[in-house]
Write a protein that binds this ligand. Structure first.
Ligand SMILES: Nc1ncnc2c1ncn2[C@@H]1O[C@H](COP(=O)(O)OP(=O)(O)O)[C@@H](O)[C@H]1O
Ligand SMILES: [Mg+2]
Length: 305
C-alpha cells in the first residue's frame, strides 16, 4: 500500500500495565477514507489501542503515524487532525447542550466567534436545534452520544476515533448513529470504530480488524474474513444438546456434509458471521450478543451472554 494512502499506521504497539500486556505487538494500517472496525471482546485491548492512537497514552513499544505524522513527536498537529469519542462520554451533565458544545469548541482552540458559528452549523447538521438549551443530564443515551459526536467533530477532524459508540444504546439510537457515522465517512472522514457487536462490524465497516488478548488476529473485509472460514456453517445439535459447527465454502457442500451428521441430531445451515470467524480463530465466542439479538436475515442469536 502506498504511504500517502495511509491515515493511521501503527507498528509493533505494546502497552503493559504491570505484568499485564494489554496490547501485544499490534500493527495496523487504516487507509484514508476508510470506515475501519476494531472488533473484539471486553478486555481485548481496544480502548488501550485507541488511547495510544489518539496520543492519550504513550506506548511502551512501537510507533504510530497519523496521516504520516509521528504521533509522539508531532502531538499538537496530530491532535488537530483527530476527533475522539471515548467509551464513556466526557460531557458535563450539568451544562446544556449549547454550553457543552461551546466548551469543546474553545478547548479545540476555535475563537469565540468561530465557535458560535460552528455551534449553529453543527446544531443544524446534527438536528440538535430543539435540544440546545436542554441540560445533558436530561437527554437519552442516544442524544448524549450525538452531542458527544458533535463536540468531537466541531474542529472538522480528518479522522474520527469512536470507542464503542453504540454500546448500551437502543436500536433507534443506534440506527441514528449509524446514519451519522456513514454520513461523516461518506463526506471523507476516516473512521476508526471499536465495537464488540458482531452485527455492527459487519454492517457498518469497510474493513475489520479482530483483536483478542492484545493481538490483531485477523483483518479484512467482513466478506473476506467469513470466506476464509467458509461462507456457510452447518450446525448440528445432538440429543444431549451438544452443538457442533463445521464450515463450508457454499451451501451445497454444507448440505452434502450434513449426510455425515448422526441421524438423531437436528441440523441447520446458515451463512457464516464474524462470531464464527472469532470462534474458529480463538476457540471461544466474543460473548456479547449479536446486535440486535434478532434481526432479519440473521439466525437466532447465538447463546451469548
Ligand atoms: N489503566 C489501566 N491499568 C491497569 N490495567 C488496565 C488499564 N487499562 C486497561 N487495563 C487492562 O488492559 C486490558 C485491556 O483493556 P481495554 O483496552 O480497556 O480493553 P477493551 O477496551 O477491549 O475492553 C484489560 O485487561 C484491562 O483490565
Ligand atoms: Mg473498551
Amino acid at each position: 500500500m502506498a504511504d500517502e494512502e495511509s491515515m493511521i499506521r501503527a507498528e509493533g504497539l505494546v502497552k503493559r500495565f504491570g505484568d499485564l500486556v494489554a496490547v501485544d505487538g499490534l500493527s495496523l494500517d487504516v487507509r484514508k477514507g476508510e470506515l475501519y472496525g476494531f472488533l473484539g471482546p471486553n478486555g481485548a485491548g481496544k480502548t488501550t489501542t485507541v488511547r495510544m492512537l489518539t496520543t492519550m497514552e504513550i506506548p511502551d513499544e512501537g510507533s504510530i503515524a497519523i496521516d504520516g505524522l509521528d504521533a509522539r513527536a508531532r502531538v499538537v498537529e496530530v491532535r488537530r487532525l483527530i476527533g475522539v469519542i471515548q467509551q464513556h462520554n466526557s460531557l458535563d451533565k450539568d451544562l446544556t447542550v449549547r454550553e457543552n458544545l461551546l466548551h469543546h469548541a474553545l478547548m479545540q482552540n476555535l475563537s469565540f466567534k468561530e465557535a458560535k458559528k460552528r455551534i449553529e452549523e453543527f446544531a443544524g447538521i446534527m438536528e440538535l436545534q430543539d435540544r440546545m438549551e436542554t441540560k445533558v443530564d436530561k437527554l437519552s443515551g442516544g442524544w448524549k452520544k450525538k452531542v458527544s459526536i458533535a463536540c468531537s467533530i466541531m474542529h472538522r477532524p480528518e479522522i474520527l476515533f469512536m470507542d464503542e459508540p453504540t454500546t448500551g444504546l437502543d436500536t433507534q439510537s443506534r440506527n441514528l448513529l449509524w446514519k451519522l457515522i456513514r454520513g461523516l465517512n461518506k463526506d471523507g472522514t476516516t473512521v476508526f470504530l471499536t465495537t464488540h457487536y458482531i452485527f455492527e462490524a459487519e454492517s457498518l465497516c469497510d474493513r475489520v480488524g479482530i483483536i483478542n488478548k492484545g493481538r490483531l488476529i485477523a483483518e479484512g473485509t467482513p466478506e473476506e474474513l467469513k470466506r476464509r472460514v467458509g461462507a456457510f456453517a452447518l450446525v448440528s445439535v445432538g440429543p444431549d444438546g451438544e452443538e457442533s459447527v463445521s464450515y463450508h465454502p457454499d451451501s451445497a457442500s454444507a448440505r452434502a456434509a450434513s449426510a455425515d451428521v448422526p441421524p438423531d441430531s437436528s441440523i441447520s445451515i446458515r451463512p457464516t458471521n464474524l462470531e464464527d470467524v472469532f470462534l474458529e480463530l480463538t476457540g471461544r465466542r466474543i460473548r456479547c450478543t449479536i446486535f440486535p439479538p434478532r434481526c432479519s436475515g440473521w439466525p437466532t442469536a447465538t447463546s451469548a451472554t
